[in-house]
Write a protein that binds this ligand. Structure first.
Ligand SMILES: CC(C)(COP(=O)(O)OP(=O)(O)OC[C@H]1O[C@@H](n2cnc3c(N)ncnc32)[C@H](O)[C@@H]1OP(=O)(O)O)[C@@H](O)C(=O)NCCC(=O)NCCS
Length: 180
């Protein structure tokens, strides 16, 4: 990627701005959340996550195009690892690398927080999200049986060694826009 194109951002992401989640974003996130999950989070849950973000216990980022939220993602910090709690992109904006950018921002935030690993759960049927996570080096570490709605299994995925130089290089390659 040239210096100019890095400055301008990806050609399939014109005008996409990524920034920390604020209360003013929540209303714009709800249509995406409701369309993405059988049991979507409420606005109250997001507002409570923002409170925990202020205490340094969470990190959430949103992608917006103008004033429209088009994606978001977040994680909670544990002692040594960071647990990705949510990542979603508006259907109209999928497959343009927005989740990649969001996940890279989260991974950098986890590195700067001092986390050594990332973890998450993903539905067994959600092969698209699994492909995204595998790009970031997540590997399946086990199954939580009937984790979702007491029906669908979850795959538990881990990504270790995020503080290592090789992982930082991988992040820069995956998302030059998020690199720091
Ligand atoms: C999963 C999700 C966040 C991906 O967002 P996105 O912005 O479209 O993802 P990206 O464009 O960054 O995709 C990066 C790569 O991940 C993989 N990927 C993403 N979505 C995929 C899909 N539906 N099918 C197959 N591979 C997919 C591809 O390898 C893709 O690269 P490519 O487009 O060059 O082939 C989005 O589909 C979504 O919001 N789904 C509903 C919510 C959800 O399932 N969240 C995850 C909960 S664990």
């Amino acid at each position: 990627m040239s210096v100019l194109s890095r400055f301008l951002g990806r050609s399939d992401q014109p005008g996409i701005v990524v920034e920390p989640l604020r209360r003013r974003h929540v209303a714009g996130m709800m249509p995406i959340e409701n369309a993405s999950y059988p049991k979507p989070w409420s606005a109250a849950v997001f507002n409570s996550e923002i409170e925990m973000m202020r205490r340094g216990e969470r990190c959430y980022v949103v992608a917006r195009e103008g004033n429209d939220v088009v994606g978001y993602g977040g994680m909670m910090f544990a002692v040594d690892d960071a647990h990705v709690t949510n990542i979603a992109v508006a259907r109209s904006h999928q497959r343009r690398g927005i989740a990649t950018r969001l996940l890279a921002e989260l991974a950098w935030a986890a590195i700067h927080h001092g986390s050594t690993a990332l973890t998450l759960e993903v539905r067994l049927s959600n092969t698209g999200a699994q492909a995204l996570y595998e790009r970031f080096g997540f590997e399946s570490a086990g199954i939580r049986t009937k984790y979702y709605e007491n029906v669908e299994d979850a795959i538990v995925m881990w990504c270790h060694g995020i503080r290592e130089q090789a992982y930082r290089t991988r992040l820069r390659e995956l998302s030059p826009e998020a690199a720091r």
